[in-house]
Design a protein around this ligand. Structure first.
Ligand SMILES: Cc1cc2nc3c(=O)[nH]c(=O)nc-3n(C[C@H](O)[C@H](O)[C@H](O)COP(=O)(O)OP(=O)(O)OC[C@H]3O[C@@H](n4cnc5c(N)ncnc54)[C@H](O)[C@@H]3O)c2cc1C
Length: 442
C-alpha cells in the first residue's frame, strides 16, 4: 500500500482522492480553505457549472453520479435572446441529451463528504501548502501559524489555476509554462425566483444573449433562480472599466440585455458588490516529476469557461490517470504516460474553448449559423456513424479532445463549402446537399 498527498480539496482534488483510495492506499488531502460544509452561508450567491458526459462518466466510476443528478437541472437547449427579447432555439444534442446545471459549492461539499466517509482518506482543512520538494514528494503546510512537513510516496497538485505546487515546477529547468489573460473578464449577476419559487425564464435551458463582442449567459438553479454571467472586455471604450458606475452599467444593460435586466431586481447592488474577475489560460509541460509529483485539473491546464469543460476535463484527468495507474504499479511510468498522452487533449480543449467563445457571443445570434447547425444535425441523424457534430464530440462523448478538434476542423471545411451552395436555405435537407457532404467525406 502507498500513502499519497493531495494538495487542494476543490472539485478535482476531492474527486481524485476518491479514485486514489479505491485500491486501499492511504490518501492525505490538504485544503487551504476552512471546511466548506461548516460555513455554507458565506457562499452567498448560487454559482453553477455545466456538467456533461466526461464529468458524469468520472463521477460514475466512484459511484456518486446518482446523488449529483438529484440536484442537477438538465439543459436540453440553448435559448438565444436577441436585442428585442425575441427568442430562438438550438437543441444541444439528440432526443434527451442535455448538459446539467449543478451547484459548484454543493458538488464540492458532496465530494468532500464522500471522501471523508472513506476510512483511508483524511482531509485537513485550513492547511495551506507553502512549499514542496518535488523530487521526494515532501510538502510543507501552514496551519494556525505553525508549519509542518509531510512526506508521502507521491504528491498530487490539484490546487487550481494559481497552484503553489506548480510554482515549484516552474523553478525547474525544462519546465515550460505560459499564462495568458484574455481581453474579457466576467461578473456574475442573479435573477431571483418568482414569488412562488417559479422559474422566470425557461427552466431546462441555457440562456444566451449573444451581442458580438460580448455576451450574457444564464443557468438555472434548483431554487428557481438563475445565475447569469456577463462576459465583457475588462478595459477599453466599452468595458467593465468604462462602466464605472451602476447607473452607466444599468443603462448599458437596458440597451443590450433589457429582458434580463427586468428580472434582476437589485441590479445596482449586485453590480456594485459582485466581483469582476478575469479569465486566464494556463498551459505547462511536463506535468510530472518522475513518479513523485504530478499536476491535475486547473493546476496543469486552466482554460476559458466557454465550452463548459474546465471541471469536466479535470474530472476526466482523474479517471484517465486512475486507468493508467491500474495498469502499472510503477508510478514513474504511469505519471510519465499520463503527462504525455493527456497534454495534447488539454491543449485541444483549451483551443476549442476559445473557439466556442466566438460561436457563443457572435454566431449563435446569426441565422446562417443556425441553418448550418440544422444541416449538420440533419446529416448526422441520417448518417450517425459518419458525422458527430463537434459540440457532441466534446460534450456528449468521451472521444479524445485532440481527436475532436481535428475532426471539427475537417467538418468545418466541408460546412463552409456547403453553406456556399446556391439556395442552401431551401435545399438544406435535400439529397443534393447530403450527397455533397457524403462525397466530401470520402
Ligand atoms: C466563470 C467560470 C465558469 C465556469 N464554468 C464551468 C462549467 O460550466 N463547466 C465546467 O466543467 N467548468 C467550468 N469552469 C471551470 C471550473 O471552475 C474549473 O475547471 C474547476 O473549478 C477546476 O477545479 P480544480 O479542483 O482543478 O481547481 P479549483 O476549483 O480552483 O480548486 C483548487 C482547490 O485548491 C485549494 N488550494 C489552492 N491553493 C492551495 C494551497 N496553497 N494549499 C492548499 N490548498 C490550496 C483551493 O482552495 C481550492 O479548494 C468555469 C470557470 C469559471 C471561471
Amino acid at each position: 500500500m502507498k500513502r499519497y498527498t493531495v494538495v487542494g480539496a476543490g472539485l478535482v482534488g476531492s474527486l481524485l482522492s476518491l479514485y486514489l483510495s479505491k485500491k486501499g492506499h492511504q490518501v492525505d488531502v490538504y485544503e487551504r480553505r476552512k471546511d466548506p460544509r461548516k460555513n455554507k452561508k458565506s457562499e452567498g450567491r448560487s454559482i453553477n457549472l455545466a456538467l456533461s458526459e466526461r464529468g458524469w462518466a468520472s463521477l460514475k466510476e466512484v459511484g456518486i453520479e446518482k446523488e449529483v443528478l438529484f440536484d442537477a437541472i438538465p439543459m436540453y437547449r440553448r435559448v438565444m435572446h436577441d436585442i428585442e427579447g425575441k427568442l430562438s432555439y438550438q437543441d444541444y444534442g439528440k432526443n434527451s441529451q442535455a448538459i446539467y446545471s449543478v451547484s459548484r459549492g454543493g458538488l464540492n461539499r458532496l465530494l468532500i463528504e464522500k471522501a471523508e466517509s472513506k476510512p483511508n482518506i483524511k482531509i485537513s482543512f485550513d492547511h495551506k501548502c507553502i512549499a514542496a520538494n518535488l523530487n521526494d514528494a515532501s510538502v510543507t503546510f501552514e496551519h494556525q501559524r505553525k508549519t509542518n512537513e509531510i512526506k508521502n510516496d507521491a504528491v498530487f497538485g490539484t490546487d487550481g489555476a494559481f497552484s503553489k505546487i506548480r510554482l515549484e515546477f516552474q523553478k525547474r529547468s525544462g519546465f515550460s509554462y505560459s499564462q495568458d489573460y484574455i481581453e474579457h473578464g466576467y461578473k456574475e449577476l442573479n435573477i431571483n425566483p418568482g414569488p412562488d419559487g417559479s422559474f422566470r425564464l425557461e427552466k431546462e435551458a441555457l440562456h444566451i444573449w449573444p451581442r458580438g463582442g460580448y455576451m450574457l449567459i444564464a443557468l438555472p438553479n434548483p431554487d428557481g433562480s438563475f445565475t447569469c454571467t456577463l462576459f465583457f472586455p475588462m478595459k477599453g471604450e466599452l468595458s467593465f472599466e468604462s462602466l464605472d458606475s451602476s447607473n452607466k452599467a444599468k443603462e448599458f444593460m437596458s440597451q443590450n440585455f433589457g429582458d434580463a435586466l427586468e428580472l434582476m431586481e437589485d441590479f445596482e447592488n449586485q453590480w456594485n458588490t459582485n466581483p469582476t474577475s478575469s479569465l486566464v489560460i494556463i498551459k505547462c509541460d511536463p506535468w510530472n516529476v518522475k513518479g513523485k509529483s504530478i499536476l491535475l485539473g486547473d493546476a496543469s491546464h486552466a482554460i476559458v469557461p466557454f465550452y463548459g469543460q474546465g471541471m469536466n476535463s479535470g474530472f476526466e484527468d482523474c479517471r484517465v490517470l486512475y486507468e493508467i495507474m491500474e495498469k502499472s504499479d510503477n508510478l514513474e511510468s504511469a505519471f510519465e504516460s499520463f503527462s504525455t498522452t493527456r497534454k495534447p487533449d488539454a491543449d485541444a480543449i483549451s483551443d476549442l474553448a476559445m473557439q466556442n467563445f466566438v460561436e457563443m457571443r457572435d454566431l449563435t445570434g446569426q441565422p446562417d449559423f443556425l441553418l448550418r447547425k440544422k444541416i449538420e444535425n440533419n446529416f448526422s441523424n441520417l448518417y450517425p456513424d459518419k458525422w458527430m457534430p463537434l459540440y457532441s464530440q466534446v460534450t456528449f462523448s468521451q472521444i479524445r479532445y485532440s481527436k475532436a478538434l481535428a475532426e471539427g476542423k475537417k467538418q468545418d471545411a466541408i460546412m463552409q463549402k456547403v453553406m456556399k451552395i446556391q439556395n442552401i436555405e431551401k435545399l438544406w435537407n435535400s439529397e443534393e446537399v447530403n450527397n455533397f457532404i457524403l462525397n466530401s467525406l470520402l
